[in-house]
Write a protein that binds this ligand. Structure first.
Ligand SMILES: Nc1nc2c(ncn2[C@@H]2O[C@H](COP(=O)(O)OP(=O)(O)OP(=O)(O)O)[C@@H](O)[C@H]2O)c(=O)[nH]1
Length: 372
């Protein structure tokens, strides 16, 4: 199994014509919080490159001054570009693929799940919905229900243009189509970037004292110019859970198997103590998708479990208690052995060669869509 750096999440962004995908992408690129984002679109027109500092262009790839990269490709080139964006030299932290014009969202999700690129991991399907046009779009394109049912996160956009009662009604309709899927209301795609990017679990960044960068100034100037409120409302809860006692793999799996649907993402590392003393396990969950990635403990690193759980409408205290209850009690019978790890190991992504040698039929893929 690979013990390199944690894989790079690939987020699929979808939504009907004019719902606000481009606006959302631009917002993320401006508010990247120090993350380097790789964006894949099928034409540059979609990202208003002019509005950003362009550091250079080579063929169909544009590098922005803030370290982000934008590629304009068609679906047949997607794999090659994912390869390029995940090369260590690109130092990309998250990749966003805008579905429109590339392929149907289901198709893209399948491509990401089936990819043999060991450096990527599925980062979720985010569906942008136009709060004003929802009913009209739905009657013209019944397919929207299918997309919503597949989405891991729904961004209910253009709420500035819809009366509160209409927004509430659309929310209710979405809840009927995609029960439990987190819905974030916003205007101009201004979701809190923390929903998709994760500064909180990047220790090397946490240690740095964050200074006001050019990018912040640029974002604020943009906000002022466009009359948007500079402050982003947190439409979700971010709960951090730390345990200095190793977790019991079976109890953690029981918690993960029954996690509330409103819990959109889980990131962090787990210490399973004697059940695998050599590795810490990076956890990556988005929507119904779950993956573990074992990495050797960095020398001198304190052995602890650190998880960040992000969701909307979740009970922070209850979540912290549930994680705490996964810790080993120290009682004589509460000792995990190697077999206790089986549940966890089913969600470890093995490299292609290794997988061919040991593949078993009916292995779970961690997502309702299947891996092939
Ligand atoms: N009032 C209002 N306008 C918005 C909002 N979000 C986007 N717009 C506007 O809606 C139009 C379409 O937004 P885009 O971001 O281009 O939408 P898109 O989904 O990328 O569109 P396509 O690429 O054509 O599918 C633009 O004129 C945006 O400025 C919003 O929340 N409120």
């Amino acid at each position: 199994m690979s013990a390199s750096r944690s894989p790079i999440p690939v987020v699929v962004l979808t939504g009907f014509l004019g719902s606000g995908k481009t606006t959302l992408l631009n917002h993320l690129l401006r508010r990247n919080g120090g993350n380097r984002i790789g964006v894949v679109v099928n034409d540059f027109g979609a990202i208003e490159i002019d509005a950003m500092t362009v550091a250079g262009q080579v063929g169909s790839t544009i590098s922005l001054g803030n370290g982000c990269l934008c590629c304009a490709v068609d679906a047949s080139e997607l794999d090659a570009y994912l390869e390029k964006l995940t090369s260590p030299a690109a130092r990309i932290d998250v990749i966003v693929v805008e579905a429109s014009g590339l392929a149907e969202p289901e198709e893209l999700v399948r491509m990401v799940l089936a990819s043999e690129n060991p450096r990527i991991v599925y980062g979720g399907l985010a569906e942008v919905v136009d709060a004003v046009e929802f009913d009209a779009t739905r009657s013209r394109h019944p397919g929207i229900d299918r997309h919503l049912a597949l989405a891991d996160l729904v961004v209910l956009n253009k709420t500035d243009r819809a009366p509160a009662a209409d927004v509430a009604r659309v929310r209710e309709a979405i809840a009927g189509i995609a029960p439990g899927t987190p819905v974030v209301e916003t205007a101009y795609g201004r979701i809190d970037p923390g929903l998709l990017l994760d500064p909180a679990v990047r220790p090397e960044r946490e240690e740095k004292i964050r200074q006001l960068s050019f990018e912040d100034l640029h974002a604020d100037a943009y906000d002022a110019e466009h009359g948007h409120e500079a402050h982003l409302h947190a439409a979700y809860d971010s709960v951090s859970a730390v345990s200095r006692t190793p977790l019991h793999p079976r109890r953690l799996m029981a918690f993960l198997d029954t996690r509330p649907a409103g819990l959109y993402r889980i990131k962090g590392w787990t210490d399973f103590g004697a059940a695998d003393p050599h590795h810490r396990y990076a956890v990556h969950a988005v929507g119904r998708f779950l993956r573990f990635h074992p990495e050797p403990w960095p020398p001198g690193e304190e052995r602890l479990t650190q998880l960040v759980l992000i969701g909307s409408g979740v009970d922070a205290d209850a979540l912290r208690e549930e994680v705490a209850a996964c810790a080993l009690s120290g009682l004589p019978g509460d000792v995990p052995d190697e077999r206790s790890m089986w549940g966890v190991l089913r969600y470890v992504h093995r490299d292609a060669d290794e997988r061919e040698e040991t593949a078993e039929p009916g292995e779970p893929d961690g997502h309702g869509l299947g891996d092939d």
